[in-house]
Structures are given as structure tokens and as C-alpha cells.
Design a binder for this molecule. Structure first.
Ligand code: ACO
Ligand code: ZN
Length: 226
């Protein structure tokens, strides 16, 4: 009986050994058949979706040392629109959106961050909006919490009931897990502010995030205070 128990404990512990795939970023247990299978299913599909072959006409709106930002509009050639959709689907998958459609697909602007290895590692979808609701922190309940605690508890944020004028709504922002914390989301948003409106520059107040995730809130809070 002792030997049997030991076996079970070992097997249990092995399940905890999580591996991160260095190419697709999936976290899985290499010891689990099920996980290995799911990883194999995911891996190639993911890499195909983010692969960027290069287009004859690319609307490059910003260039950086480690990549460039391409803007895709709804009336662009099929291959461009398809790539934007493929990447959006990956982002939606990760965000847990099922079939959330854009409020107005024919108006949406998709910004793709293509890195020097020709992979789309970032995606931002921006839409024209008339108004947004400012996110308010709740000072009463959070007075004694550190910001980290606050975020960790994923408290519901309270929104102002007074609509404020906004011009650009960010309905999706996603960066490939292995490319995060390198300023890619920041650079995509800066680029949106410079290129969203022809001939105009948007302030941070004119941008609204729709329904942000915990990651999205941390990023948006930081971005807006700079
Ligand atoms: N935890 C704490 N702080 C963060 C985080 C985080 N996870 N992400 C960003 N920040 C803050 C940091 O202060 C960071 O600066 P630092 O790295 O010098 O400390 C600053 O924001 C700028 O971060 P970037 O490097 O520009 O952001 P990144 O390229 O990593 O992308 C993003 C951020 C898009 C939220 C990414 O984490 C992601 O794709 N997450 C999964 C998808 C998601 O949740 N997207 C938001 C959905 S909400 C919406 O779509 C409207
Ligand atoms: Zn992989």
C-alpha cells in the first residue's frame, strides 16, 4: 500500500511541472498526454496565424528598431483583412471572448505589430465612438490596500454615470505572451493617437478602453498616468 501511495503522490507532483513553449508561449504540463495533445493542436495553428509573409501594399504607420506597425482597414485586400481577422481570433480566444462582434466592423481599424522575425506579435482594434465612461476608483474600500492588492482582488471598477466625450474606443488590445512588457502595447496606442484621425492627434482622454481585463486595467492605468 505504501508503494501505491508513493506512486500517486509522484504522479500528482509531476502534473504541477508546467512548461512554457518557447515558440507559441503555451503553458502546459509536458507529462500530461492530454496537455501534450492540446499543445500540438494549438502550436502550429498559432504560428501560422501570426506568420506575416509581407504584402505588396503595406500601410506602415510606424517603424521601430524591433518591428513596425501596419494599419489594416475594412476595405483592404482580402489577404490583409484575413490576417487581421486571424490575429483577432487568437486575441479573442485568449481574452475568453466567444463571438463578441465589433460594434461596427465596417469602421474598425486594426493595427498589427509585426516584429523583425516577421510575426504579428501585437494587435489593437480601434473604433470611432462618441462617448465613454470614465473609470473611477473606489477610495472608501481601497484606502488601506496597496495597488497590488487592489489589482489582485480584481475588484469591479466603478464607472462614472456621466458620459464623457471620447473619440477612439479600443475594443481589443493584445500582445503575444512572449513579447510582453517591451512597450509594444504602449507603442501601438501612441501610434493610434497619431494616426486614427486624419491630421489630428488624440489626447489620452479622448481614448476609451472597452471592458478591460485585469492585464488591460494595469496597462491602461499605467499608460494614462504617464
Ligand atoms: N502587470 C502589471 N503592469 C503591467 C502589465 C501587467 N500584466 N502589463 C502592462 N503593465 C504596465 C507596466 O507598468 C508596463 O511598464 P513596465 O513594463 O515598464 O513596467 C506598462 O504597463 C506598459 O506595458 P507594455 O509593455 O506597453 O504592455 P504590453 O506590450 O506587455 O501589453 C497587454 C499589455 C496588451 C495588456 C498584454 O499584457 C496582453 O496582451 N494581455 C492579454 C490580453 C489582454 O488582457 N488585453 C487587454 C484586454 S482589454 C481590451 O482589449 C480593451
Ligand atoms: Zn508551442
Amino acid at each position: 500500500a505504501e508503494a501505491d501511495d508513493q506512486l500517486i503522490i509522484d504522479a500528482g507532483q509531476k502534473q504541477f511541472g508546467a512548461t512554457v513553449c518557447g515558440s507559441c508561449g503555451m503553458i502546459y504540463s509536458a507529462d500530461s498526454l492530454e496537455d501534450n495533445f492540446q499543445h500540438t493542436q494549438f502550436h502550429q495553428r498559432f504560428l501560422d496565424s501570426i506568420k506575416f509573409v509581407g504584402w505588396k501594399k503595406e500601410r506602415v504607420v510606424a517603424e521601430f528598431w524591433d518591428g513596425k506597425i501596419i494599419l489594416v482597414l475594412p476595405d483592404d485586400p482580402k489577404y490583409a483583412v484575413k490576417k487581421a481577422e486571424d490575429v483577432r481570433r487568437l486575441a479573442d480566444n485568449e481574452l475568453g471572448f466567444q463571438q463578441v462582434s465589433l460594434s461596427c466592423p465596417s469602421q474598425a481599424k486594426t493595427y498589427l505589430y509585426v516584429n523583425s522575425d516577421r510575426m504579428v506579435v501585437g494587435c489593437l482594434i480601434a473604433e470611432h465612438i462618441r462617448q465613454g465612461f470614465r473609470v473611477l476608483e473606489q477610495p472608501e474600500q481601497t484606502k488601506d490596500m496597496t495597488r497590488g492588492d487592489f489589482m489582485e482582488h480584481h475588484r469591479a471598477w466603478c464607472c462614472s454615470t456621466t458620459p464623457e466625450k471620447a473619440i477612439c474606443g479600443v475594443s481589443r488590445i493584445w500582445v503575444f505572451s512572449l513579447a510582453r512588457r517591451k512597450g509594444i502595447a504602449t507603442r501601438m496606442l501612441d501610434t493610434v493617437r497619431n494616426s486614427f484621425m486624419y491630421g489630428g492627434h488624440l489626447t489620452k482622454e479622448e481614448i476609451a478602453f472597452s471592458d478591460p481585463t485585469p492585464d488591460g486595467k494595469l496597462f491602461a492605468t499605467k499608460y494614462c498616468e504617464k
